[in-house]
Every structure is written in structure tokens, then in C-alpha cells.
Design a protein around this ligand. Structure first.
Ligand code: SF4
Length: 209
């Protein structure tokens, strides 16, 4: 009989914090309906993290990946956003293969700090200062979303702009608690650097998860 730890390491079970069918609130796919799977576990420790409840994977029961896929199918969603926590702490091949077999599109939101697993239709890379992304993920990212806390973050955003492909969409997103003070600076920056777009956390205005 397989041990629980083996089932987790091959992705047959995953620690799920929450699952919900909602609208994407951030980045390129803002407004699109999707089934969200938030996985537990993150050791990156961003000081402004609004998902701290997800950090300790031991607080979230592991769930059979097949059961997650069944719930996505039951929901009727045509796409899934896997988020966290840092979802790439886990092996996501079984999850993605099961979803792709049902023609469900797979999107991931990741810091890129861990090696890529799974098959993805859309990779949103949101690099974090505490643990930089692996180069391999920068090269294949479809979207670069940089959270801006202060003016130093623009130069940092450009560093990753230089590491992603020419097709990668570029977003600056105000850190929620600094929204009022940083928005004018983001607006001015994008006016001068129009390859960037702004990403607002639209779900927070709609009071949806
Ligand atoms: Fe929070 Fe994401 Fe940073 Fe992890 S990578 S600490 S989940 S913001």
C-alpha cells in the first residue's frame, strides 16, 4: 500500500485550502469565470501576504486529486486557476492531466520559486523578493504580474521584464494595503512605460472570493 507521503509527492493527493467557482479578479483574465483551487503551503513569507492562512500545509487536509477533478467537472467550469500558497511546492502533473483530459483549461498563479510541474494553458508569474523565480519559469510565463509596494519595485519589475519572453503580458498590481499611496505612482509609470498594464484586484471590489 502506498504511503500518504508518496501520494502527496507524486500529486495523487494535494493539500487543499479552499475551492470555489468565481471570477478571476487579477491580470490578463480579469472577469473570466474559473474554478479556483487554493493549495496549502508557502515558505516565501511576503510581509504583505493576504493568504497567510495557506502557509502551513499541515493545517489543510490532503484531498485525493481525482476528487478535486470530479468537483471541477461538476461545477461546469471550463477553466481552473491553481493558486496558493505556492502551488508549485507540489507535483501538479496528475491534476493537470486529469483536467486536460476533460478539455478544461489550466491556469496557474505562481511565484515561480519552485520547478514547474503540470501542463498549463496560462502561467501567471508573480515574482517575490524573498525567493526569486527559477529561470525556466520566467522563459515560459504568459503573464508577469509584479506587486508594487513602493517606487523601488518599478526597477525590480523591469529586471523580470528582461527575463520573460517578448510575448509575455506585463502587469503592475498595487499592494492592497498601500493602494491609495501607490496608485498615482503606478499610473505615472505606465504612462511613461506603456508596455505595462495595471492589474487591480477586482474581486475585492465585487466582494467575491
Ligand atoms: Fe503569500 Fe504568495 Fe508571498 Fe506565499 S508567495 S507569502 S502565498 S504572497
Amino acid at each position: 500500500m502506498e504511503k500518504q507521503s508518496d501520494l502527496i509527492s507524486d500529486g495523487a493527493r494535494l493539500p487543499v485550502v479552499e475551492e470555489f467557482f468565481s471570477l478571476q479578479g487579477e491580470g490578463y483574465h480579469t472577469g473570466k469565470a474559473a474554478y479556483f483551487i487554493r493549495l496549502g503551503g508557502c515558505d516565501i513569507g511576503c510581509n504583505w501576504c493576504d493568504s497567510r492562512f495557506s502557509w502551513n500545509p499541515n493545517l489543510h487536509p490532503t484531498v485525493e486529486t481525482k476528487a478535486i477533478i470530479d468537483r471541477v467537472i461538476e461545477s461546469g467550469a471550463d477553466s481552473v486557476v491553481v493558486t496558493g500558497g505556492e502551488p508549485l511546492m507540489w507535483t501538479l502533473d496528475i491534476l493537470c492531466n486529469g483536467l486536460k483530459n476533460k478539455n478544461i483549461s489550466t491556469f496557474i498563479e505562481t511565484s515561480g520559486a519552485y520547478p514547474l510541474s503540470g501542463r498549463w494553458d496560462w502561467i501567471c508569474l508573480s515574482p517575490k523578493r524573498n525567493m526569486p523565480p527559477v529561470t525556466e519559469i520566467c522563459k515560459v510565463a504568459d503573464e508577469l504580474k509584479v506587486i508594487v509596494q513602493n517606487e523601488n519595485d518599478f526597477e525590480w519589475a523591469e529586471k523580470y521584464h528582461g527575463m520573460v519572453s517578448g510575448e509575455c503580458r506585463l502587469y503592475l498590481q498595487p499592494e492592497w494595503s498601500r493602494f491609495e499611496s501607490i496608485i498615482p505612482e503606478i499610473v505615472e509609470y505606465i504612462k511613461k512605460n506603456p508596455t505595462w498594464r495595471i492589474s487591480l484586484q477586482a474581486h475585492k471590489y465585487m466582494h467575491i472570493p
